[in-house]
Design a protein around this ligand. Structure first.
Ligand SMILES: Nc1ncnc2c1ncn2[C@@H]1O[C@H](COP(=O)(O)OP(=O)(O)OP(=O)(O)O)[C@@H](O)[C@H]1O
Ligand SMILES: Cc1ncc(C[n+]2csc(CCOP(=O)(O)O)c2C)c(N)n1
Ligand SMILES: [Mg+2]
Ligand SMILES: [Mg+2]
Ligand SMILES: [Mg+2]
Length: 307
């Protein structure tokens, strides 16, 4: 099948999402931007680096590719308006795989009431997925990484360590459909928690893609503050402890440094009540860097490409 046939196959019969005025099909999509500002973010996923098709179905990979972008929109306190999808497909990739991938992308997009408004399809030596998400601030100010202040509470919404546990299970050759494997295949970012945190006065926020400690390092650096994570406040779910003891691994390490759950982490003034779904895990102080119970964490604090 040629390029245009494939584009036809993956776009045919798709409904236009509510904020889309035009597209896909023209030189660019036109989206409503009621706020007058557009939030934009992009994340690339590469086969063997971000996913394996013997570990996940194309549909699950498609959902994840969109989810990791929508969590960046939520982390700004915005709501998504549309996604654009770039697909680099090896020549021998069955068109059904591309179809399933795009189907998964649509499913995830539709969870938040949007659609795939455009994209591009090219030949490539390994399957490469580039998703761009656009969002709307609905009149609110963006919640950046740089607003954390000494005295703030650090809080998290969503799962931590589940995807890393699932990755460990898959990496040891098990394919059982346990919950952590499901969490690795398709993250469940707490999309609504982003705008809710913004409304509740969050001073900084980001999504946890690389690992809690690593990502908190970005907030600490951008805000020029120190962040201490208090392990007595950080829940290690029973499920993770069970998987860890079966594998001889450390569940707390997954929670503190595991990426790809796309949880949201934010800081809030200490006198504010945390919005529903948010749990306190630490505190902001004057200084620099991230500590755990006052000490520097031994070992890598999260995923880093080329390391
Ligand atoms: N090639 C690039 N050109 C310009 N800006 C970039 C480039 N790569 C990354 N950035 C910017 O650097 C910042 C950090 O990028 P990073 O990819 O770590 O963000 P993220 O999407 O939140 O994390 P993750 O990729 O782990 O999901 C972002 O603001 C991003 O837009
Ligand atoms: C086959 C396979 N091996 C390893 C991993 C783990 N992994 C890959 S990228 C990443 C961080 C987030 O990516 P990015 O920073 O690019 O957004 C993590 C934790 C995986 N998902 N699949
Ligand atoms: Mg990201
Ligand atoms: Mg991010
Ligand atoms: Mg990253």
């Amino acid at each position: 099948m040629g390029e245009f046939g494939l584009i036809e196959q993956v776009t045919a019969g798709r409904e236009q999402s509510p904020g889309t005025l035009l597209g896909p099909g023209d030189d660019a999509a036109v989206l409503r931007a009621p706020d007058g500002r557009v939030v934009a973010t992009t994340d690339v996923l590469v086969e063997q680096v971000h996913f394996r098709l013997d570990w996940s179905t194309p549909h699950q990979v498609g959902r994840k590719a969109v989810a990791v972008n929508l969590s960046d929109i939520a982390a700004m306190g915005a709501v998504p308006t549309g996604v654009l999808v770039g697909l680099g497909c090896p020549p021998d990739l069955p068109s059904s795989v591309a179809e399933e991938l795009v189907g998964g992308m649509w499913e995830e997009a539709q969870q938040v009431g949007i659609g795939v408004v455009g994209g591009d399809m090219v030949s490539a030596s390994s399957l490469t997925i580039s998703v761009t998400a656009l969002g709307d601030l609905q009149g609110r100010e963006p919640v950046t990484r740089s607003g954390a202040r000494p005295g703030d509470v650090v809080a998290v919404a969503g799962r931590l360590g589940w995807s890393a546990a699932g990755l460990a299970v898959l990496g040891r050759g098990f394919r059982s459909p346990v919950a952590v494997v499901g969490a690795h295949r398709v993250p469940e970012p707490p999309y609504a928690a982003g705008p809710q945190a913004a409304l509740a006065g969050a001073t900084s926020m980001m999504d946890v893609s690389d690992g809690l400690l690593s990502d908190l390092g970005h907030i600490a650096a951008a805000s020029e503050v120190a962040i201490d994570v208090r392990t007595e406040q950080v829940e290690v779910p029973q499920r993770l402890s069970e998987v860890a003891s079966a594998l001889g691994a450390d569940a707390r390490h997954w929670v503190l440094t595991g990426g790809e759950d796309q949880a949201l982490v934010a800081t809030f003034p200490a006198d504010r009540e945390l919005p529903e779904g948010w749990r306190a895990i630490g505190a902001v102080a004057e200084g620099s860097g991230v500590t755990v119970d006052g000490f520097t964490y031994e070992g890598p604090s999260g995923w880093e490409h080329w390391r």
